[in-house]
Write a new protein. Structure first.
Length: 367
């Protein structure tokens, strides 16, 4: 009988719900590929806000309260209680997965140019060691925040396995069912995600509500229902041009809370993370969806839509980059040559931030 082996990530995952989910995804994939039990510090709580702007209380639900994972997982406490024989510290370099890429095997059918394009200037290569210790610990890696398509350099067969793992990281059935009910009650609709909050503070070219209208008007029919996902639906000044241009609008967070209070009360959790999860699932069912660049919430919606339809366009409500990045009909357009999407698009990608690791969903996730 083979002994149980473990992959330990002793550090917190940081950020809001979809940031934390992106970190967990990398950990789950690595544990599955290594055939090891995932060991975590906690249930992956999401960053609390001072107060939910609608629900009037602190966030409560952690990721493991909301999602099922396709891998056996236990807490650090349980691992220490049961004990282990050998602890091996993984010799991976870099504080965060965004600084690295993972190479499962040296025997890959990539040309030198293709591999260089995939690496995209990253310094570190992570690989599984030739080591049979019962516990592997990723001690130096404080974060695993990275888009999986950008992180795993893999063969086509391994990519299919990774895609299967990703598709099995799913919200718990009770949340899927309620989102499906609300989506059906709404009927046909389009949707947008507009992230405000901290974006209004640090974007160099912060889009206005009118900028968003001008950008989406060629793609979205103003006579059709528009679902709006946002972290501040009470910002009347910002949204005034959007609501005027799209009179059949619905702020989905307000709609869920006002119309489905009974159903929310019956859920195991019904805080802001749950509202965000339901909003994301509902938006993924849109006829047309456009989101915010640099937002993992948008990326999660785009990914779900890509798995439903690999040809679904990846659209955005605005272009904060100005003339340096081309956009047509809400879609960023290639302006460079290269083997991968992140090579062909001219997004700023400084080594200090490695934005290509998290700023958007990539079609390579499903292609």
């Amino acid at each position: 009988m083979s002994k149980e082996r473990f992959l330990v990530f002793p550090h917190h995952a940081f950020g809001g719900m979809t940031n934390v989910l992106m970190e967990i995804e990398i950990r789950v994939i690595l544990a599955c590929l290594a055939n090891r039990t995932l060991v975590s510090l906690n249930k992956y709580p999401c960053a609390p806000q001072v107060e939910d702007h609608l629900y009037g209380r602190y966030r409560e639900a952690a990721i493991l309260d909301l999602f099922d994972l396709p891998v056996k997982h236990i807490s650090m406490t349980k691992l220490y209680k049961r004990g282990f024989k050998e602890l091996y510290f993984l010799p991976w370099e870099g504080d965060c997965a965004s600084e690295a890429y993972f190479k499962f095997s040296d025997d890959l059918k990539y040309s030198e140019v293709e591999e260089e394009d995939f690496i995209d200037g990253r310094q570190y290569c992570w690989q599984f060691p030739n080591n049979d210790s019962d516990v592997w610990m990723a001690y130096s890696q404080k974060r695993t925040f990275c888009n999986s398509a950008y992180f795993f350099l893999s063969s086509s067969s391994l990519k299919k396995k990774i895609q299967s793992i990703i598709q099995r990281i799913q919200p718990k059935r009770v949340y899927l069912d309620l989102a499906e009910k609300i989506s059906k009650d709404l009927g046909g609709y389009n949707s947008i995600h507009i992230r405000l909050g901290d974006f209004k503070q640090w974007w160099i070219n912060t889009p206005t509500g009118q900028d968003i209208v001008n950008n989406i008007a060629p793609v979205f029919n103003a006579s059709e229902p528009l679902i709006i996902c946002t972290d501040n639906s009470l910002d009347e000044i910002f949204f005034r041009p959007v609501l005027k241009a799209f009179p059949q609008y619905t702020f989905i967070d307000q709609f869920i809370i006002n119309k489905y209070q009974k159903e929310l009360d019956a859920l195991p959790f019904n805080d802001a993370n749950v509202i965000a999860l339901l909003s994301s699932l509902i938006a993924s069912k849109s006829n047309i969806f456009a989101g915010s660049i640099y937002s993992t919430f948008t990326s999660a919606i785009h990914r779900r839509r890509l798995f439903d339809d690999p040809k679904a366009p990846i659209l955005f409500t605005s272009n904060p980059f100005g003339e340096s990045v081309k956009m047509e009909n809400c879609e960023f357009k290639s302006s460079h040559l290269g083997s991968f999407s992140w090579n062909r698009l001219a997004f700023p990608n400084p080594a200090t931030a490695r934005a290509n690791a998290w700023l958007r969903e990539w079609p390579e996730t499903i292609s």
